[in-house]
Design a protein around this ligand. Structure first.
Ligand SMILES: Cc1ncc(COP(=O)(O)O)c(C=O)c1O
Length: 433
């Protein structure tokens, strides 16, 4: 066990009592003791179509035996174009151009670079500043942590981009605790963009605002009613690009294909990953309005590289095969419609935990729920970790962030599995000091 330095893991705790997954099928993992573990977190918010889906597995196998790798710079392969067409066809209307990457972190940094470069190719080179939000998560690369708002992810790396600012988080338990769906209060928090940030920085220096429509990783923070629309209006007023990070919210999680459609707000740039390939092969994408893409084309000679950016594994043939098969599955099985149809039972069962000890908030939308627990004095995060461990012992996988338990199962979950998921969380909470 010693060679592997595990990511975002308490390595010494893990190695003292390993939790090892050895196989997966449908809604369940199997661990090395042969136990079935109900997947209440879609792996890491990514396995939206469930595990071991035959069409995806076979597509990858076929592709590996046909074209294992193709350099993406100055060369193409058919599946890259097909995957892009298919993704553009199901994207929020107006986001018709697709740039492939390999993860959510790469998607975030790509989107930020695109935003700055877009203004520059149009001759608006003063727009270099980036605005994120407290408690936002945009992955772990330098751009992402610069606009991200998780203190713990930044404090060891103080060399972030400097031209940034952050909106306040929308999390407001005093007014919105135990909201079902979008909270009532907090649309006015978007006004900070105009009242403080554009005033302080001069709007003509701001390139983009990036937010997760729903902040997932910091504990399922659902946007207040009207908040995203207000952000859109202010961005429009000052010529600022709006970027939605839909790495979690894309592909059906909120009971709609995209958060952009769920909330009826169209960003200029949208990032996605995770559910794009059902987590089977790493893949991410940045979707943009054609006018952004076209500005790059107009600014460079025909034999010039218009956007000097990309990765060795951009549009990897196996990732493209996985994405095409995944998008087909979503469509053929109407999995986004299924998520919407099961959302009310999910909400009922989640909110049935109200009144359990330590529970200070429950919030939900589509097939995602967050259960926030009181922290132990001086030991923030430990109660959440204990509940996570107890759920694991009881055969259920959930996520925890600090003292918030997050549930985001594959969209193929059955009713009795929803019931079991929340019943086990309830037991675990009752058994946790
Ligand atoms: C909103 C959001 N953006 C970016 C990322 C980073 O994605 P990755 O871990 O694939 O780099 C995540 C991961 O959870 C995320 O939730």
């Amino acid at each position: 066990m010693q060679a592997y330095w595990m990511p975002f893991t308490a390595n010494r705790q893990f190695k003292s009592a390993p939790r090892m997954l050895v196989s997966a099928d449908g809604m369940y993992y199997k661990d090395d003791a042969g136990r079935d573990i109900l997947d209440g977190s879609a792996g890491l918010w990514c396995v939206n179509a469930g595990h071991n889906r035959k069409p995806i597995v076979e597509a990858i196998q076929r592709q590996a035996a046909t074209l294992d790798y193709a350099p993406p710079f100055q060369l193409g392969h058919p599946l890259a174009f097909e995957a892009a067409e298919q993704l553009a066809a199901m994207a929020p209307k107006g986001l018709g151009k697709v740039f492939f990457v390999n993860s959510g972190s790469e998607a975030a940094d790509t989107a930020l670079k695109m935003a700055i470069a877009y203004h520059r190719v149009r001759g608006d080179a003063a727009r270099v500043k980036l605005v994120g939000r407290e408690r936002g998560y945009h992955g772990v690369n330098f751009g992402g942590i610069s606009v991200g708002g998780i203190a713990g992810n930044r404090k060891l790396f103080p060399v972030t981009l400097t031209a940034t600012d952050h909106l306040k988080s929308t999390h407001d338990l005093a007014r919105n605790a135990f909201s079902r769906g979008e909270p009532e209060f907090g649309a006015e928090l978007a006004d900070e963009l105009e009242a403080r940030i554009t005033t302080l920085h001069d709007p003509s220096t701001i390139a983009a605002v990036i937010v997760e429509p729903m902040a997932g990783s910091t504990g399922v923070l659902i946007p207040p009613k009207g908040y995203l629309k207000r952000l859109r209006e202010i961005c429009d007023k000052y010529g600022i690009l709006l970027i939605f990070d839909e790495v979690i919210t894309g592909f059906g999680r909120l009971g709609a294909d995209w958060a952009a459609n769920r909330f009826d707000v169209l960003p200029d740039i949208l990032t996605c990953a995770k559910g794009l390939s059902n987590g089977v092969v790493p893949m991410g994408a940045v979707l943009v309005k054609p006018e952004i893409h076209d500005a790059f084309m107009a600014a460079a000679g025909e034999r010039m590289i218009e956007f000097p950016h990309g990765y060795t594994y951009s549009a990897h043939p196996l990732a493209c095969a996985a994405a095409i098969a995944t998008l087909n599955l979503y469509r053929d099985e109407d999995l986004f419609g299924r998520a919407a149809a099961f959302a009310s039972r999910f909400e009922e069962k989640a909110h049935a935990l109200r009144g359990e000890r330590h529970v200070k908030d429950i919030r939900n939308l589509g097939l995602v729920a967050g259960i926030e627990l009181d922290s132990r004095p001086g030991a923030a995060g430990q109660r959440g970790f204990d509940v996570f461990l107890k759920c694991w012992e009881k055969g259920v996988l959930v996520r925890f962030t600090g003292d918030i338990i997050a549930c985001s199962p594959p969209l193929i979950i059955e009713e009795q599995e929803i019931d079991r998921l929340f019943a086990v969380i309830g037991e675990a909470i009752r058994e946790t000091e």
